[in-house]
Ligand binder design. Structure first.
Ligand code: C5P
Length: 403
């Protein structure tokens, strides 16, 4: 339910802090990467070592700790997260968040973050019911934060009422719910991903550095959006995402054939694959031998079919999205491809920048369609995928509204 989602778990000072340890495990069970930030008060209840062992990452506690800042600075940490979950959130923390304080690491992260912030409060029932706490809750809701719980029941202090931390399984489900949109329910999305391999002989091939990460993240995002997803992938090191029809292929021709077979049922085709433009003109049945006395070799290449162009120009014409991986003149080249290939949308990214390139976990893209460009800042490939799916759903709705 949370494939590759980056969740920053903020733990504040309260007896329910021990339940946050279980929350780390349950979020991980759903595929999330979890990093933990604790307030000073939280460390009085549970040690950072517990969370470090569970999350396998250093636990951040101080704003001005040079050691953890060198591992990942606080702004980087805020940028890293797809979602911040504060569980348990104390009354004091809510008050500090509501007043916009940045007097410790966790409040500062919340100020710096651009992602959604979810709050699971836990406190004595009288503290929760207090007008000040309720006013803070309302203010935070008005600012777009979401609340998970609290629930009613017997409290650690012996009193009964609303203030218990919501059940850990329910918190996990609510987190997943934030990423589940239903935007593409009833739609069939076909995605190409990864590199292709163009064989020269039985042991050698021509390929590229594509990791498949962005294409797989799009497949996961399309699943969360309620679509039926076919992922046609060249060879990668990634496990096939859950709940997709996974079609492994090797060469551009294989990929072309597999995509063409889906055309009758596809509503949307997204070409993320780094398809080899050319393949060797001949495939040698035996291993090509090094020829003595020659210090160079000439390979003849012939053009592969352009898959996404063929899709966009087919009679069926599903909503077609291409990717443009460029090293220079990003917007210019991408816009040219959008038109030349007759695409509905193209996503441009600068593969010369290693922080956001082929094998990295982050991306920074521009989403382009004929009359508009939308810049997406650097974020996880998972979050980038979610945003692209939103744009596709919007454009698709506009298109069918016009029809
Ligand atoms: O022309 P270029 O290869 O830069 O275009 C990139 C876009 O076209 C990507 O969406 C890629 O998946 C798609 N493509 C394709 N078939 C090819 C070459 C590229 O579908 N043979």
């Amino acid at each position: 339910m949370l494939p590759n989602k980056r969740i920053l778990l903020g733990v504040t000072g309260g007896i329910a802090a021990y339940k946050a340890a279980e929350l780390v495990r349950r979020l991980q069970d759903q595929g999330a990467q979890v990093r933990v930030v604790m307030t000073r008060a939280a460390t009085e209840f549970v040690t950072p070592l517990t969370f470090q062992a569970l999350s396998t990452y250093p636990v951040h506690t101080d704003l001005l700790n040079t050691e953890t800042e060198t591992v990942m600075g606080h702004i980087e940490l805020a940028r890293w997260a797809d979602l911040i979950v504060i569980a348990p959130a104390s009354a004091d923390f809510l008050a500090r968040l509501a007043t916009g304080r940045g007097d410790d690491l966790l409040t500062t992260l919340c100020l710096a973050a651009e992602c959604k912030i979810a709050i699971a409060p836990a406190m004595n029932q009288a503290m929760w019911a207090k007008a000040a706490t309720q006013a803070n809750r309302q203010l935070l809701l008005d600012r777009g934060m979401v609340f998970f719980g609290p629930e009613e029941g017997l409290q650690a202090c012996g009193e009964t009422g609303a203030g218990r931390l919501l059940d850990v399984a329910a918190i996990v489900e609510h987190c997943a719910g934030l990423f589940t949109t239903g935007l593409l329910s009833g739609k069939h999305v076909v995605i190409t991903a990864g590199p292709t391999r163009e064989a020269l002989d039985p042991v050698r091939y021509i390929s590229n550095h594509s990791s498949g990460k962005q294409g797989y993240a799009l497949a996961e995002a399309a699943v969360l959006a309620g679509a039926t997803v076919t992922l046609i992938s060249g060879p990668t090191n990634l496990p096939p995402p859950d709940r997709t029809n996974f079609v492994p292929v090797v060469s551009a021709q294989d990929m072309y054939d597999a995509v063409m077979q889906t055309l009758d049922i596809a509503d949307i085709v997204i070409g993320v694959a780094a398809v080899a433009d050319y393949r060797p003109a001949t495939l040698s049945e035996q291993k090509i031998k090094k020829s003595d006395g020659h210090n160079s070799m000439v390979l003849e290449l012939i053009e592969n079919p352009d898959i996404i162009k063929a899709v966009a120009n087919s009679k069926h014409h599903p909503f077609t999205v291409g990717f443009a991986a460029e090293t220079t003149n990003l917007l210019e080249y991408a816009t040219k491809k959008l038109k030349q290939k007759n695409l509905d949308m193209i996503v441009a990214n600068d593969v010369a920048n290693h922080a956001i390139g082929f094998d990295s976990d982050d991306n920074e893209t521009a989403v382009i369609w004929v009359d508009h460009v939308e810049q997406l800042p650097r974020m996880s490939k998972s979050n980038t995928a979610g945003r692209i799916i939103e744009f596709i759903a919007q454009r698709l709705a506009q298109k069918s509204g016009c029809a």
